[in-house]
Design a protein around this ligand. Sequence first.
Ligand SMILES: CCCCCCCCCCCCCCCCC(=O)SCCNC(=O)CCNC(=O)[C@H](O)C(C)(C)COP(=O)(O)OP(=O)(O)OC[C@H]1O[C@@H](n2cnc3c(N)ncnc32)[C@H](O)[C@@H]1OP(=O)(O)O
Ligand SMILES: CCCCCCCC/C=C\CCCCCCCC(=O)OC[C@@H](O)COP(=O)(O)O
Length: 298
Amino acid sequence: MGKGRNTAPRDTQAVCAERELEEKKDAAGAREGQRRRQSPAERSRGGATKSPLVDAAKRCVARMELWPGIWPVLLLLFLLLLFLLPTLWFCSPSAKYFFKMAFYNGWILFLAVLAIPVCAVRGRNVENMKILRLMLLHIKYLYGIRVEVRGAHHFPPSQPYVVVSNHQSSLDLLGMMEVLPGRCVPIAKRELLWAGSAGLACWLAGVIFIDRKRTGDAISVMSEVAQTLLTQDVRVWVFPEGTRNHNGSMLPFKRGAFHLAVQAQSCPPIKTSIARRSVASLRGDVRYGCCPQCPQKG
Ligand SMILES: CCCCCCCCCCCCCCCCC(=O)SCCNC(=O)CCNC(=O)[C@H](O)C(C)(C)COP(=O)(O)OP(=O)(O)OC[C@H]1O[C@@H](n2cnc3c(N)ncnc32)[C@H](O)[C@@H]1OP(=O)(O)O
Ligand SMILES: CCCCCCCC/C=C\CCCCCCCC(=O)OC[C@@H](O)COP(=O)(O)O
């Protein structure tokens, strides 16, 4: 009996010890599970917080910690650019020209975004060209270009006519805007319509788009333009070379501009020319010559 009495508490002690051991194991397991669920950032700070906002922020930081390499690399790239761009600007004239052109195009796209809502009020209307013109006139100051216009008085004050001009680069836009007469719209290649905001601004200002690859279509658009010239008191600006030509000489003229002048009858072509070197190099003086009207008879 005594033996039995002595054994019972020992059994109970053993069971208790076993239970205690199991409980400890469970607790340790639970702690490990929680530890595994925690992000590295939480682990390093010793556990979850009460606020979900803080938890979210911690998760973000943890994600960054997962990619510790990306920030130094980005910083390095940024510093490299900071060093490389000025070096290219001062050492390579072609890189300098490239940056200037990139800014020129980017600036025009930006200005077009501003112009679109203003022009949209009137819808598609040649009067919108005035707005574009005013918005583009300052660009010459950004590049330190001094423009000299000669013979602007040759533009008749009120009658339809066709202006023909040489075409060296997309910078000709600057010269064109200096002398663009009222209610005058340029003829442009159709691809320009897809030049983002600039394309939409051109469309709103009544720029006439032609598909140069489809002569038939281009001719019928130009025939319609001839009617518009007569009925709506509009002038048209054509680059008869039909494309840009950087290399000093003039390309043979396409005939559309001259057909247009003949079809619109009393509508003389007026020749203007942009001085070559200065516009193309994006600095210095630009001379813009407007010549007397050509003979009217086709
Ligand atoms: C603040 C925000 C600002 C946002 C942006 C601001 C922008 C502001 C606006 C500025 C826009 C400026 C845009 C400037 C863009 C300049 C350009 O895109 S230049 C390129 C487009 N321009 C042209 O192509 C010039 C016009 N082209 C022609 O006139 C061509 O003749 C053609 C009609 C396209 C036909 O070309 P092609 O077939 O290659 O060549 P041709 O030998 O000339 O013609 C063949 C044939 O057809 C006869 N013909 C031509 N035209 C006519 C006609 N109107 N009517 C009847 N017949 C025609 C021609 O006589 C030939 O036949 P032939 O028997 O051999 O004589
Ligand atoms: C979301 C799309 C973004 C597209 C970005 C396109 C970048 C264009 C940016 C700005 C446009 C500036 C408008 C300049 C107007 C002058 C156009 C011009 O002079 O075109 C050349 C054309 O005469 C003859 O073309 P080709 O010599 O035949 O080739």
